[in-house]
Design a protein around this ligand. Structure first.
Ligand code: SF4
Length: 219
């Protein structure tokens, strides 16, 4: 049986990451200016997931952690990383190496989202190196997204998800009930929606895109 976790390695045995997308500077996913890694592949398939394209367990961008560090730290004012997905805990070995390498260069904070609960991760980890990654995380936002429990507040998608302050480094930041914001970033060949959308934001974006398409067709 295939393991759930992504276990590709490069020559020398170090893990490779399977990355759906990256963002090198955002204010929408935690305090300060942050760089974000979204990994490819998630076992949960939550109805209403914002990133359905990143659920399939398929190969996306395969990259060595050491090759991703420079990209994520390109902006000199980035003070933290955020890992999301997809399911970061299925790539715990590669992400642990990534944060360790990045912290050799800068004292970064680390926020991680996971569909697994903290208890599951501690009692029955879904792959290797989960405990190592937990050791590096300052704030873990855990649990699956439940659309009917989306209260449109805070950095977690729905009320059932819990905020675990695993260190006191980001203890001042209100992850549970602060205002949400999103950013739309235009990258080389695609557009990226970054952040947890506030109430009505997706409808507004859909309407704006429809308006643009109609205007282009009419023109
Ligand atoms: S855990 Fe997150 S990424 Fe996975 S399906 Fe649920 S909402 Fe989507």
């Amino acid at each position: 049986m295939q393991p759930l976790y992504h276990n590709s390695t490069q020559t020398g045995g170090w893990p490779l990451l399977n990355v759906a997308a990256t963002c090198t500077a955002t204010h929408a996913l935690g305090p300060g200016l942050r760089a974000v890694v979204w990994v490819q592949g998630c076992p949960f398939n939550c109805p209403g997931c914002l990133a359905p394209d990143w659920i399939p367990m398929r190969q996306a961008r395969t990259v060595a952690p050491e090759d991703l560090v420079a990209e994520l730290l390109a902006h000199p004012q980035v003070t933290g990383l955020t890992f999301s997905g997809g399911e970061p805990m299925l790539q715990a070995a590669g992400l642990t190496r990534l944060i360790n390498l990045a912290r050799e260069q800068r004292p970064l904070s680390l926020i991680c989202f996971s569909g697994f609960t903290l208890a599951q991760l501690r009692d029955d980890p879904p792959g290797p190196s989960v405990a190592d990654l937990l050791d590096q995380i300052d704030v873990l936002i855990d649990g699956r997204y439940v659309a009917r429990q989306n209260d449109h507040r805070g950095l977690r998608g729905s009320r059932n998800q819990r905020i675990h302050y695993l260190t006191d480094r980001l203890a001042e930041f209100d992850f549970a009930s602060g205002p949400r914001q999103i950013e739309i970033q235009v990258q080389a060949d695609h557009v990226l929606l970054v952040g947890v959308p506030p109430r009505g934001a997706i409808t507004l974006i859909d309407q704006a895109l429809e308006h643009v398409c109609r205007a282009r067709t009419a023109g």
